[in-house]
Design a protein around this ligand. Structure first.
Ligand SMILES: [Zn+2]
Length: 137
């Protein structure tokens, strides 16, 4: 069953990859038991999937944790897939911010990273909702 939902996730990702003109990217999809940075036992985007990018080489790894069934209101698998593809769409910019933070004073890095992560998630979620609301088929 988990396999089936992972395949469904990849299928939606590939559909959104085409819509967002991300054809030049090399994307690897991995099913995982747990998302490292995700809050434990919550079913938010950040605990269901994560995307790592190297924008300079157009490489991305998308990890997906199959959500448990029947607990609260999960985002749909298509929402999660669209969300992760938007992360890739913005990767040139977000990777730049991450490298700028690496050059910041060490005492500032943790706070800058936290603020960037929050701003990035809000922006990606906002764009994902607009895209999902306007999708056809
Ligand atoms: Zn996200």
């Amino acid at each position: 069953m988990a396999d089936k939902r992972f395949r469904e996730f990849v299928r939606h990702c590939e559909k959104w990859r085409k819509r967002l003109w991300l054809g030049a990217w090399d994307i690897v999809y991995e099913p995982v038991e747990k998302i490292d940075d995700g809050p434990a036992n919550s079913d938010t985007y950040t605990s269901l999937a994560e995307t790592e990018t190297v924008a300079d080489y157009l490489n991305a790894t998308v990890r997906f944790r199959v959500p448990p069934r029947g607990r609260g209101t999960l985002p749909s698998i298509e929402h999660i897939a669209c969300h992760e593809m938007v992360h890739i769409l913005l990767a040139t910019y977000t990777d730049f911010v991450v490298s700028a933070i690496d050059h910041a004073h060490e005492s500032d890095r943790a706070q800058l990273k936290e603020r960037h992560d929050e701003a990035k998630e809000r922006t990606v979620t906002y764009l994902e909702r607009i895209l999902m609301a306007r999708r056809t088929a």
